[in-house]
Structures are given as structure tokens and as C-alpha cells.
Design a protein around this ligand. Structure first.
Ligand code: MD3
Ligand code: FE
Length: 215
């Protein structure tokens, strides 16, 4: 007699959100330990910090990054910068575990040969949010963006090509990977304020890795 009734349920499955946008549920789960170890190495060199928007607001999400470029926001605007303004040093190299996961996920979603040159790391604590925006600072707008969710779950907002288009809500959980390419690449998106909670591995936070090809 076995009580493991659901032992054959796959831990990972695919959901097509829109043309070019695919959620790979649980895709990062086998890699979480390696990702968290590498994340600790990266943030020891490039600690999480609050960026200031060009409008003078302090973002609730704290950010770090690795790879050849990091995303920087300050009073003068947004840019991808090869130097971390906190240290005036290059951003830490992209860990191999990050790069391999991004490549695998992109290939799985139909974008073989993905070579991201930047990984932005967003950290959310309860209440932190990301308002609706487009990612259009990358010179290469054909390569997909790959995002990896770790820790507390979040409600993601996925809109259209215009700010006022209707949005759909997509729950993103620990281990989910989303590949945003093709016609979805320039759609507005955001993250609702993170709910209180305690994740067994990460505690009261959510980490999102977003891989991009900037140049
Ligand atoms: C859909 N980050 O860093 S990742 C960002 O969860 C950002 O931290 C969110 O939006 C986060 O810019 C969402 C998912 C994401 C990233 C880029 C997209 C979704 C996207 C580009 C186009 C459409
Ligand atoms: Fe974004």
C-alpha cells in the first residue's frame, strides 16, 4: 500500500501566456541550491541597494546585478553600465549556474543559443512592488528576457503594448522561470506589492533574476 498517490505528478510544466511568452513552472527547482550559493557570492561584491528613479523616487525593490552590464537608475536617468556605481568596479561575472539555467530555459521556450550579457537581481520584501513599465533600454530587443522567481510568491501583471491596455495577473512561485520573447518582449508589466510570508529557504523575501542581452 502506498500513500504517495501523486508521486508521478511532474514538478515542472509549461504554460503559454501569449505569443513568445512561456512560463516554465518549477524549471529552476533542481538548481535552487546552486543559484542561492552563487547569489551569495554576487551580492557579497555587489550588495543590494535602492535605486532612485529619474523622478526622484526611491524604489521599494532593492537591486544588484552581474554579468557585463548592470542596470542603473539615478537622477540622470536609466542606463546599462559596465561599472557598479557603488564600488566603481565592474559587476561580478555571471555565475555559470545562472548562465546555464538561462540558456536551458530559453532553448526550452524555443530560443536556442541565448547568450545573456546581464543579469539584474531584484529583491522584494513584503510591500515592495514594481510599477507597470516596459523593458526597452536593451539595444537587442529581439533576444528574449528570462526571469527566475525564488522565495515568496508574487502576483505579476502582464499588460499590452500601451500603458492603459488591460492587464492579466499571473502568480509566480519559487522555481518558476518565464521566457519573454517575440511579440511579448515589449509588453508592459509589473509586480503587485509582495504579501507577507515566510519562505522555508529565503524567509520574508522574493528574489527575481532577470537575464537580458543588452548589447
Ligand atoms: C514581460 N522584473 O526587472 S520579471 C524587471 O519580478 C522586471 O522582478 C520583474 O520587470 C520581477 O524589469 C518581472 C519578468 C519580466 C521581465 C521582463 C519582461 C517580464 C517581462 C519584458 C517584457 C514582458
Ligand atoms: Fe521589467
Amino acid at each position: 500500500m502506498t500513500f504517495d498517490l501523486f508521486g508521478d505528478e511532474p514538478r515542472t510544466w509549461r504554460e503559454e501566456l501569449a505569443p513568445g511568452a512561456v512560463v516554465l513552472r518549477g524549471f529552476a527547482l533542481p538548481h535552487v541550491d546552486a543559484l542561492l550559493a552563487a547569489l551569495g557570492d554576487v551580492t557579497a561584491v555587489a550588495p543590494f541597494r535602492q535605486m532612485i528613479t529619474p523622478g526622484g523616487y526611491r524604489m521599494s525593490v532593492t537591486m544588484s546585478g552581474c554579468g557585463r552590464y548592470g542596470w542603473v537608475s539615478d537622477h540622470s536617468g536609466y542606463r546599462y553600465d559596465p561599472l557598479d556605481p557603488t564600488s566603481s568596479q565592474p559587476w561580478p561575472a555571471m555565475p555559470e549556474s545562472f548562465h546555464l539555467l538561462a540558456r536551458d530555459a530559453a532553448a526550452e521556450a524555443g530560443f536556442p543559443g541565448y547568450e545573456p550579457d546581464a543579469c539584474l537581481i531584484n529583491r522584494y520584501v513584503p510591500g515592495a512592488r514594481l510599477s507597470l513599465h516596459q523593458d526597452k533600454d536593451e539595444r537587442d530587443q529581439v533576444a528574449p528576457i528570462v526571469s527566475v522567481s525564488l522565495g515568496l510568491p508574487a502576483m505579476f501583471l502582464f499588460g499590452g503594448l500601451h500603458r492603459n491596455d488591460p492587464t492579466v495577473r499571473i502568480p509566480l512561485a519559487h522555481g518558476d522561470v518565464v521566457v519573454w520573447g517575440g511579440p511579448s518582449r515589449l509588453r508592459y508589466h509589473g509586480v503587485l506589492p509582495l504579501k507577507e510570508g515566510c519562505h522555508p529557504l529565503l524567509g520574508a523575501e522574493r528574489i527575481n533574476l532577470t537575464f537580458r542581452k543588452v548589447r
